[in-house]
Ligand binder design. Structure first.
Ligand code: HEM
Ligand code: HEM
Length: 184
């Protein structure tokens, strides 16, 4: 007799590859502005971010269940209601992204796209040497850094509230099966 699985597959290999590829390219893009390992790594790392975002966009529209934007982007009312429950320590567990996390995902994707786009535009003949473009690029790179830090705080808070290893789930892709009161 086959054993009943204790865990559910949530993040497919593409989501996990995308996530850790994005983290690596983002860190290299930042570190290279400080010469680590070399400033020559900046543009390739930025282009890697662009390629990963394009892939994620397609997967968000036509990918696996928990990867789809339609699965985790919820209306403002639901997000506010969820935020109130988080503050009271009574938020339900979500199998995919929770309502706050879903909007954070969109904010991270949009800010990463804007950062990479303005970086590329700065290298084109049209915007070469443009102070405004350089400012837009640097400001959005800082905004992305702040959002990424808030994102990690959100992951830690949710992991504690639900006693669930969310980082592990983003590595092996699996979570504990839904229990009563969970939202899948
Ligand atoms: C998410 C991806 C990216 C991040 C986080 C990022 C971050 C940054 C940061 C923080 C700076 C300011 C460096 C300083 O302190 O002077 C910078 C500058 C620059 N970046 Fe990016 N960047 C990204 C993508 C790109 C891409 C795709 C390109 C071009 C293909 C690019 C081209 C440049 C250039 C040319 C500058 C120098 C601008 C100037 O002279 O003020 N970046 N980037
Ligand atoms: C090392 C620090 C990081 C850790 C531990 C981490 C962890 C995680 C975890 C656990 C999730 C799943 C959240 C959930 O269960 O709903 C996630 C999702 C995500 N993270 Fe991170 N993250 C880190 C850094 C970053 C950075 C630097 C970025 C962007 C620059 C980023 C962008 C994202 C995005 C876009 C998603 C959504 C994944 C998807 O649906 O495609 N993360 N992260």
């Amino acid at each position: 007799m086959a054993a009943t699985p204790l865990r559910i597959a949530v993040w497919d290999w593409l989501i996990r590859g995308f996530h850790w590829g994005l983290v690596a390219s983002f860190l290299v893009a930042w570190a290279s502005t400080r010469g680590l390992p070399s400033t020559r790594w900046h543009e390739p790392a930025g282009y890697a971010v662009m390629a990963l975002l394009a892939l994620r966009l397609v997967w968000g529209l036509a990918g696996s269940h928990y990867a789809r934007f339609a699965q985790f982007v919820r209306p403002a009312g639901a997000v506010l209601g969820y935020a109130r429950l988080v503050l009271r320590g009574r938020a339900p567990r979500y199998i995919g992204h929770n309502p706050l996390g879903g909007w954070m995902v969109l904010a991270l994707l949009a800010t990463a796209a804007f950062t990479a786009l303005t970086g590329w535009l700065f290298t084109t003949a049209r915007f070469w040497g443009s102070d405004a473009m350089a400012l837009a690029h640097e400001a959005s790179a800082w905004a992305l850094l702040v959002l990424a830090c808030l994102h990690v705080v959100g992951v830690i808070v949710t992991s504690i509230q639900h006693r669930e290893h969310l980082l592990g789930a983003m590595i092996h892709g699996r979570k504990a099966l839904p229990r009563d009161g969970d939202v899948s």
